[in-house]
Design a protein around this ligand. Structure first.
Ligand code: 13P
Length: 287
């Protein structure tokens, strides 16, 4: 059931668990995430980066595919279709295309500009029942070719953006996208606690979910994180399972080259990873 992320995140914040955002890249990804959410009776957020949107030939294609698949598979758990790290233009395009949730990432703008643009996107989205995520303090690492260093958001700035009426807030707490370097210092829980105290009931978003140790994830959830984004980890297990299939020569046995067979182990690997994360985040049975 396609819905905005507002209610599922309010419930998560109150119930002290987190909803997973799993980024999708194609039909197999989407199917794997939707089926797992349904099987586990968990709410879920499908994340679409601007790059992934382009890859799938545009946001309209993505919205049409997700809407149709949600119906065809008879999905009854709450599903939000969410733009990940949207630009101002991308956010508007996704509103048009029928996304149910939007992240506007103005964290690289000066604060005043981030506030002004966030405000405009929030008004536009809320007039259509679409939930909005904004970001304070750039989250580093590489995403769609953009590389930045991990930052820690200023709690006062977080409060300013939270007060605009945003539905969820992404704040840098030393987290980065992609695989963490060996010398990563870990999450900054003092910063997270300070942000949580300033922003109260606001659901906080933890980006860069790949590779964060389980105990840190659990602690972050107790400190107010209600949405956790995972992308790279699903890509890694998909690639690993596909590689194993080919290295075992299975594509050369019978009709093993059929894409429906070739992509099956990777799809199953995504399902297993999503299940593992939903169990860790505590969203199982919360639909
Ligand atoms: P990872 O690729 O590190 O899991 O990060 C995902 C993310 O934060 C998407 O916004």
């Amino acid at each position: 059931m396609l819905v905005s992320a507002t209610e599922m995140l309010k419930k998560a914040k109150a119930g002290k668990y987190a909803v997973g955002q799993f980024n999708i890249n194609n039909l197999e990804w989407t199917k794997a995430v939707l089926l797992t959410a349904q099987e586990l009776n968990s709410p879920v957020i499908l994340g679409v980066s601007e790059g992934a949107g382009k890859y799938m030939t545009g946001f309209k294609t993505v919205a049409a595919m997700v809407k149709a698949m949600d119906e065809s598979l008879g999905i009854t758990v709450p599903v939000a279709l969410h733009l990940d790290h949207g630009t101002y233009e991308g956010a508007k395009a996704c509103v048009e295309a029928g996304f149910t949730s939007i992240m506007f990432d103005g964290s690289h703008f000066p604060l005043e500009e981030n506030i002004a643009k966030s405000k405009e996107i929030i008004e536009l989205c809320h007039s259509k029942g679409i939930s909005v995520e904004c970001e304070v303090g750039t989250i580093g690492g590489e995403e769609d070719g953009v590389i930045g260093a991990g930052e820690v958001a200023d709690p006062e700035e977080c409060k300013m953006i939270a007060d605009l009426g945003v539905d969820m807030l992404a704040a840098g707490i030393g987290n980065i996208h992609g695989v963490y370097p060996a010398n990563w210092a870990g999450l900054n829980f003092e910063a997270l606690d300070a942000i949580q105290q300033k922003t109260g009931i606001m659901p906080l978003v933890l980006h860069g979910g790949t590779g964060i140790p389980d105990d840190m994830i659990k602690k972050a959830v107790t400190l107010g994180v209600s949405k956790i984004n995972v992308n790279t980890e699903c890509q890694l297990v998909f690639a690993e399972a596909t590689r194993a299939y080919i290295e075992a020569g299975k594509d050369q046995q019978g009709k093993g080259f059929d894409p429906r067979k070739l992509l099956a182990p990777g799809t199953e690997a995504i399902k297993a990873k999503v299940k593992e994360k939903m169990e860790l985040f505590g969203s199982v049975g919360q639909a």
